[in-house]
Design a protein around this ligand. Structure first.
Ligand code: PLP
Length: 639
């Protein structure tokens, strides 16, 4: 029995604390008395709590297999409102004279459904879109109807891109053309003259301020996009020369995504607003100050300046920005601009949860170690056995070192043929029992030796789960990003096992062995015992931003099934959309296979097998059927 068991029954409150759901859940996620994870877009209204397990049953009844990416329409809605209301409150409280106009950067999640919902729910705040490429602009123009919303065109632009921006202006869109590199201006001026359309010009500047964090290389002097101060002056002069300074209306910067420290955000705003003020003094009309993205998501719930967190709330972010802008502009009596932010991560992160089931569990077995060894046992194994017996709290480090030493020696002996496979197997049992014992003893130490820190993951269970890290949470693999992960049910039961998670790609990187923690990073995740045949579901939360289109076809695992639900205030919900994931044929065609041709070729192989007498024609029919079913099936583990 461990400490928690001794302290009494496990409760949902203990699960809440263990998995930190209240810290990262932003009020949207909680645990019910039944021990299931609940979602609720209406925050305080308990009535609308909806169980993810109920949604999973609904998904299964409709015949869809795990893994499923579950999207909650209302959470997108709620986040857009929250961001806009927070800015509006700050603006009102501080008596700011301009207003806020958010834009959603399409690259953060480009799925049509997401853009459609952003434009739909964003309409009441005139929330617009930011695009960074031609395809994104073309997508935006198909969905944006609100002419008061901003349409910000960033990115490197060719003639076609420029023309589309200009036509958008002509059609009445509040569309800004942001100059990212000095060379773009000439082409813009030429196209503007040719088409007879005056652009709204924005200028992206490089700040000297740089922020800490994983994703923040876009800021600083060496960032690839944006104009440095001398280029800004050159551009202003050029615009003056050709009588176009009256088109310069927006200044933009983007410091990078997921900026964990509010101080970095503040100092960037201060520096940028100074540049803005100078542009006004140069005679440009301006009017829009676009602060880019960077508003972070508290993935680990620690509320710190750690990369997976943030040391500020959305409200503080808004207040600090408005305050900083005023503090620079008010002394020179420069009118307050419209504040634009391009917050993508915060807008969509909460929106999706990845659901999957556990397929199998590998545990370190508990072995019966005998009281004494036979005389003929090799010396090194006897030594290891003695270490096992002599372990105490005092000699824990020494025993650990000895264990490794004897184990390596025994492995060497095996290589040289001086012990048998059976003997080696016995020695490994002693070794792992010893490591488990050390790990248990270690818990009693206040300051365990650093060598022993990672023992838990060495002896952790491996939970094999039905998903692909590379396809569904690529940032977990690529940049070690942490996402909250937890069981979706059994949360009034003690999670007795310590586990790491393996996906089904068979790639040694296809695993998760770092988990969120309030003060640190955990190497293992506490999970419940799963018996053969038990359904056990886990969720990876806050995966709505950046994960979906960065995912790849590693081992040819394709897009997962996607289900969208809309939750009503009374807790009822609708399945508003179901998108079937890739079939095997789909993913094969992405790598240039032609499924029809494949069937034909396989048929020839089968026919040849008949000729050789290996199968008969009825076998062939069954075999072809299996092949065909396989091609049409889901790429993940199906029931
Ligand atoms: C990626 C990007 C964003 C989005 O940033 P978030 O931190 O996700 O809000 C905004 N603006 C530009 C120019 C970007 O490249």
């Amino acid at each position: 029995m461990n400490k928690t068991e001794l302290l009494g029954r496990w409760t949902k409150e203990k699960s809440e604390e263990l998995y930190g759901i209240k810290n990262w859940g932003a009020g949207y996620f909680s645990i019910s008395d039944k021990g299931e994870v609940m979602v609720n877009p209406y925050m305080k209204n308990k009535e609308s709590d909806t169980s993810l397990m109920d949604i999973i049953s609904g998904i299964r009844e409709r015949g869809l297999d795990m893994p499923v990416l579950l999207r909650f329409e209302n959470l997108l809605d709620a986040q857009i409102s929250f961001l806009n209301e927070s800015f509006n409150n700050a603006i009102k409280t501080l008596n700011y004279q301009g207003f806020y106009r958010g834009v959603y950067p399409i690259k953060v999640n480009q799925q049509q459904q997401v853009i459609e919902e952003v434009t739909k729910f964003g309409q009441r705040y005139h929330h617009g879109l930011e695009v960074g490429s031609k395809p994104e602009l073309i997508a935006a123009l198909s969905l944006l109807k609100d002419k008061e919303a901003c349409l910000i065109c960033n990115g490197y632009k060719d003639e076609e891109f420029i023309d589309l921006c200009l036509y958008a202006v002509k059609m009445g869109f509040n569309c800004f053309f942001v100059i990212e590199i000095p060379g773009e201006l000439d082409l813009l001026l030429a196209r503007s003259e040719a088409l007879g359309i005056k652009p709204n010009i924005g200028i992206r500047i490089k700040l000297s301020a740089k922020a800490g964090g994983h994703w923040t290389d876009s800021g600083g002097d060496r960032s690839i996009f944006g104009l440095n101060v001398s280029q800004v002056i050159t551009m202003v002069d050029k615009l003056k020369e050709c009588n176009m300074l009256d088109s310069l209306k927006l200044m933009h910067y983007h410091l990078g995504s997921q900026i964990p420290n509010i101080r970095d955000i503040r100092s960037a705003v201060l520096e940028a607003t100074r540049v803005y003020a100078e542009l006004v003094k140069e005679g440009a009309p301006m009017g829009y100050l676009d602060l880019g993205g960077g508003l972070a998501v508290d993935y680990d719930g620690s509320n710190t300046n750690y990369t997976n967190s943030r040391n500020y709330s959305v409200e503080e972010y808004c207040t600090d920005i408005v305050e900083a802008v005023m503090s620079i502009l008010d002394p020179s009596e420069i009118p307050h601009p419209v504040i634009v932010t391009e917050s993508g991560r915060t807008t969509v992160a909460y929106y999706s949860v990845l659901l999957f089931n556990v397929l199998d569990v590998e545990k370190l077995e508990e072995y019966e170690i005998p009281e004494s060894l036979k005389d003929e046992t090799p010396e090194q194994i006897k030594n290891l056995f003695e270490v096992y017996k002599s372990l105490t709290l005092k000699n824990i480090q020494e025993c650990y070192n000895d264990a490794l030493y004897y184990r390596d020696q025994i492995r060497e002996m095996f290589k040289h043929g001086s012990i048998t496979l059976r003997e080696r197997s016995f020695s490994e049992k002693i070794f792992w029992s010893l490591i488990s014992k050390i790990s248990k003893e270690k818990q009693k130490l206040k300051n365990p030796p650093p060598d022993l820190e990672d023992l838990e993951s060495a002896i952790a269970d491996i939970y094999y789960c039905n998903f692909s890290v590379f396809q569904s949470i690529p940032d977990s693999w690529a940049i070690d990003q942490l996402f909250p992960i937890m069981p979706l049910h059994r949360l009034t039961e003690l999670p007795k096992r310590n586990a790491i998670i393996a996906d089904i790609t068979c790639d040694c990187d296809g695993k998760i062995d770092r988990f969120i923690d309030l003060h640190d990073v955990r190497n293992t995740l506490p999970l419940h015992d799963v018996k053969n045949g038990d359904d056990y579901y886990l969720g990876v939360f806050l995966v709505g931003a950046y994960q979906e289109t960065l995912g790849d076809l590693h081992n040819l695992f394709g897009d997962t099934n996607v289900v969208s639900v809309r939750i009503y205030p009374d807790g009822d919900y609708d399945f508003v959309k179901e998108i079937h994931g890739d079939s095997v044929a789909d993913v094969l065609s992405y790598v240039e296979f032609d499924p029809k041709d494949m069937i034909e070729r396989f048929r020839e192989t089968a026919e040849a097998a008949i000729r050789e007498g290996l199968i008969d024609p009825t076998d062939r029919r069954e075999i072809m059927k299996a092949y065909d079913t396989g091609l049409r099936g889901y790429t993940y583990y199906e029931r």
